[in-house]
Design a protein around this ligand. Structure first.
Ligand code: AMP
Length: 538
């Protein structure tokens, strides 16, 4: 027997309709590529996304056509999020930090037909436009008078004129909620990137889940700053969850340095921010010497790579900001776990609570996790036994775009991370499978070694890699960037490890460098470090 309730398709257009009708005046603030701060609101975004819908119809693009963006976080990008997907076409957000060859490869693989870009990426677009034959329309996200002449890009249009010719009268079409909505390629440190194709249903369920109080706790009282780029897994779904709850959105544009982010937080009374650890490192480095404080920021989600405990502690003790450590992947839309405490933890001391907060967190309704050993045997959830982490759920990938084979093993997605899960369901990433250091049959977590290094007051950044060792297979070394104007010797740092980890886990060597290579999504490029530091074996 079926239930007798209505079935409304879960569509992205429903989100923007809702935000317009119920939170129309709630502001959308963007620091633009031009440098100024632009003020819009949900009603404006809704109206302009309907103009985009009409503009796409006028271009005669079929349902399912891919419309690409190479853009920073801002209101025009947000309008495309709703305008493109709302018409059953697919928004393909591209990471501009990729090498132009890789970028062209992605555009061709996705068969993008329209490419919208911020003017600051004009040189990049010039470099690829003759290598991307599927793209028929080039749109610069700017006003007509900003559009440069003689770019050499045939048919280049400006966004404001493109949508400006069309009315905002438009009825969003109804279609199957499993229709594709957006496409994002994994960062792919080896081999070609792979496309993850989200659906309207997966996007909305992810938005429902991530807005929950124990997850991102999003509400209409929030002013949300997604520092995480809209080209990196849809800015962790924040544009959708903000529309769902009617939150104010504050976009930083290209200005991600500590000073700009701090000023924006203060000016727009941001209550909640989200980003990778490297961005927060820049923010704290800016604030510390100025003894600056936050007047509105209450919580920040940090994820994308392991958040050093020293950062979680600094936010809490010096700025009274709650850090919510989160774990996710492009293949998980991206949220898999978030670290919020349970009722029974209220009675614990701040030190005991901190021990839990350092973990990547527990999954929430909608995501299932399991850990298996090399033989595929389930590992105990005791916080100690570790194994390969698998995920399953309504916003977890089934298959990569255009790949023949399933991405799953026995119905579960192998994440490529090694993790523990404790009795209360809190997951802790030990390492990426390929980064874990195998020394004498035992495993050393590169994350643990890095966390100890960055807790030293003179260390700004650290990366641990394994180097081949004839006796132990691999031994850890740590690559370190010192804080400006500080002195630290190899011996001092190695002595600092004493008592903080088992003796055999202490790195064999410390290499001081001026900078550690960072990849397109703000993560340390260990592949590059290995290439640079490990001598080929003969
Ligand atoms: P991406 O798909 O580019 O977002 O990369 C996903 C990978 O980033 C995961 O498989 C993890 O290895 C890593 N990652 C994400 N969040 C965390 C975290 N909080 N701690 C450690 N690693 C993380």
């Amino acid at each position: 027997m079926f239930g007798l309730m209505q079935q409304e398709e879960l569509l992205i257009s429903g989100l923007i309709d809702f935000a317009e009708k119920n939170h129309g005046e709630t502001e959308i603030i963007s620091r633009r590529v031009e440098g100024d701060v632009h003020r819009s609101n949900w009603a404006q975004v809704a109206k302009r996304s309907r103009q985009i819908a009409n503009a796409l119809h006028a271009m005669d693009l079929e349902v399912g056509a891919r419309i690409a963006t190479i853009a920073w976080n801002g209101y025009r990008h947000l309008e495309l999020y709703f305008g493109v997907s709302g018409t059953a076409r697919v928004l393909h957000t591209i990471n501009p930090r990729l090498h132009p060859d890789q970028l062209a490869w992605i555009v061709n693989h996705a068969e993008d037909q329209v490419l919208c870009f911020d003017l600051s990426f004009l040189p990049l677009v010039k470099a690829i436009h003759t290598h991307t034959p599927t793209v028929k329309h080039w749109i610069a996200l700017c006003d007509e008078d900003q559009l440069p002449k003689d770019t050499g890009i045939e048919g280049l249009q400006c966004y404001e004129s493109w949508i400006g010719q069309h009315t905002d009268h438009y009825e969003w079409p109804m279609f199957d909620e499993n229709t594709a909505s957006s496409l994002c390629y994994t960062s792919g440190t080896t081999g070609h990137p792979k496309g993850v194709l989200y659906s309207h249903r997966s996007t909305l369920l992810h938005a429902f889940g991530s807005a929950l109080p124990d997850v991102m706790n999003m509400s209409a009282r929030d002013s949300v700053l997604p520092v995480v780029p809209m080209f990196h897994v849809n800015a962790w779904g924040l544009p959708y969850s903000a529309a769902m709850v009617g939150a104010k959105l504050v976009f930083p544009g290209p200005a991600l340095d500590g000073k700009s982010v701090y000023e924006l937080i203060e000016q727009e009374k941001v209550t909640f921010a989200a980003g990778v650890p490297t961005v927060w490192q820049m923010l704290l480095s800016h604030m510390l010497p100025l003894k600056a404080q936050f007047s509105s920021l209450k919580r920040t989600v940090i994820g994308g790579s392991a958040c050093p405990p020293a950062m979680i502690e600094a936010f809490k003790s010096e700025y009274n900001v709650e850090v919510l450590h989160a774990w996710g992947m492009t293949e998980l839309s991206p949220l898999g776990t978030l670290c919020s405490l349970k009722n029974k933890h209220n009675l614990l001391s701040p030190e005991e609570q901190m021990k839990i907060r350092l973990k990547q967190g527990r999954s929430f309704f909608g995501v299932l996790l399991k850990i298996l050993d090399d033989q595929g045997q389930p590992q105990r959830h005791d916080g100690k036994s570790y194994g390969d982490l698998y995920a399953k759920g309504s916003w977890v990938i089934k298959k990569y775009f255009k790949e023949k084979d399933s991405a799953l093993i026995d119905g579960w997605f192998p994440t490529g991370d090694v993790a523990t899960i404790d009795e209360d369901g809190y997951m802790q990433v030990v390492d990426r499978t390929k980064d874990v250091i195998k020394s004498g049959g035992e495993w050393i977590s590169s994350i643990d070694i890095e966390n100890i290094a960055v807790s030293h007051p003179h260390v700004a950044m650290a990366a641990c890699i394994g180097i081949p060792d004839p006796k132990w297979d691999e031994r850890p070394i740590v690559v370190v960037v010192k804080k400006p104007n500080t002195a630290l010797s190899k011996e001092e740092l190695l002595a600092f490890y004493e008592g903080k980890t088992a003796k055999w886990q202490i790195p064999d060597d410390v290499i001081f460098v001026d900078a550690i290579p960072i990849g397109a999504t703000g993560k340390i490029l260990k592949t590059k470090l290995r290439e640079e530091l490990i001598q080929p074996q003969h």
